[in-house]
Design a protein around this ligand. Structure first.
Ligand code: SOE
Length: 397
């Protein structure tokens, strides 16, 4: 984690001169391509990273999009065929920001070509594909990580530290929500640029893989393995026009999903996600109740970690609102001065900083493909449970 980072002696004098380049090949020039490109560009300005990411090539199916993206972010070259990008000897790391149905094929090819692989979440369309991807990166022995970025919100990393220090004691409850409202209109088409998340053939699932996967990744990280789940899903708008075929077609994604679960540590979990919660754009919250203390976090106020400690003097006991900006808080010493804030995009910078450090030390960067496979196993079990109307055991991975 961030605290293990050592000052880099190479950064004296010209700070960039001696840094080893790491040539990035980015596949997919959409929203996630932007968050990652920004992170590669910023990381050396704020972190003493042992490598300098070089934006070597970006790849999109449309040459016009690739050129536009390359021009804006400063990529040296473009490709329109991802296989050509992977075949290039001047690419060290392949970053997959393409839609979910392409993750497996690209990741496996990149691993076989000996490239480091950074993959957007969710890992795969399903567990079977996920296993193939894990096998490929582990067999090739290449560095790999999945961009579950919310782990690296400083307040969320602090929550991990508080739990590990034993301050919460035995955990009884884990509750998480990820609520949005952008698909309520029945006129919204499915498929194509920007709307592939509504097309199950491309996304694999709806809110389960897109939003709950974030909640599950954080939950497993903070509270351990999930053993069994009972889920329910709903598709509120049953048919939408498909952007590519022009036809009105059935919708196969889950618009909403809620599930109960049992963690191996004996605690109970309650998770909900929807794109039909009018008024919520990206409300990710979690609350954890332990024997000695509780914590709460809300993406809309991402620096704040609410903390209740039963050990406090009863006369002043209450929820403390910890503002996670001090320089001794996770990641914060790299940014501004205590009290000043960072945002969503910085979580990706933190991920790159950790990845570069770990790469230099030959260590894995969590979540690795194998870590993300555990999240995939829970997603698959939740969807199976909803289909079969019964509790499902989560396959250990
Ligand atoms: C969907 O709207 C989305 O952009 C997800 O794909 C991201 O993973 C999430 O962080 C925000 O919402």
């Amino acid at each position: 984690m961030e605290e293990t980072r050592k000052p880099n002696p190479n950064r004296e004098g010209d700070p960039m001169a001696d840094l080893k380049p790491l040539n990035i090949g980015l596949i997919g020039c959409g929203f996630m391509g932007r968050t990652h490109s920004n992170a590669y560009k910023r990381v050396n300005d704020f972190f003493d990273a042992p490598y300098r990411p070089v934006l070597k090539a970006c790849c999109a199916r449309s040459e016009e999009n690739a050129r536009h993206f390359a021009g804006r972010w400063g990529y040296e070259s473009i490709e329109t065929d991802w296989r050509k990008l992977i075949a290039r000897r001047d690419i060290d790391a392949v970053d997959i920001c393409a839609p979910n149905n392409m993750h497996a094929e690209i990741a496996i090819a990149a691993a076989q070509a000996g490239k480091a692989v950074l993959c957007e979440k969710p890992l795969a369309m399903n567990l079977v594909q996920g296993h193939q991807m894990v096998d490929a990166v582990e067999k090739a022995g290449v560095a790999n990580t999945v961009w579950y970025n919310y782990r690296r919100v400083p307040a969320v990393t602090l929550a991990k530290q508080l739990i590990e220090s034993g301050r919460l004691g035995r955990i009884f409850h884990y509750r998480a929500n990820f609520l949005q409202d952008w698909t309520i209109s029945a006129d919204l088409p499915q498929g194509g640029t920007g709307l592939w998340r509504l097309d199950a053939d491309v996304s694999g699932s709806g809110v389960t893989g897109d939003l709950l996967a974030h909640c599950i990744d954080t939950a497993i990280w903070l509270n351990g393995h999930i053993g069994s789940v009972a889920g329910m899903t709903e598709t509120f708008v049953k048919e939408r026009r498909h952007n590519l075929t022009g036809k009105v077609q059935p919708v196969h994604i889950d618009d909403a999903c809620a599930f109960l679960c049992r963690f191996d540590n004996g605690s109970l979990g309650l998770f909900e996600s929807t794109r039909y919660a009018r008024g919520h754009k990206a409300l990710y919250t979690f609350e954890i109740n332990g024997e000695k203390a509780s914590i709460k976090w809300d993406l809309h106020d991402l620096h704040r970690l609410e903390y209740f400690d039963h050990g406090d003097d009863s006369l002043v006991r209450g929820w403390r609102s910890v503002h996670v900006t001090d320089s001794d808080m996770p990641y914060m010493k790299h940014w501004w001065v205590p009290g000043l804030q960072i945002g969503y995009e910085h979580t990706f910078v933190h991920h790159v900083a950790d990845f570069l450090d770990n790469l230099a030390m030959g260590q894995p960067t969590a979540p690795t493909f194998r870590d993300a496979l555990a999240t995939q196993a829970v997603c698959d079990a939740v969807l199976d449970s909803a289909d079969h109307h019964k509790w499902e055991t989560v396959v250990p991975v």
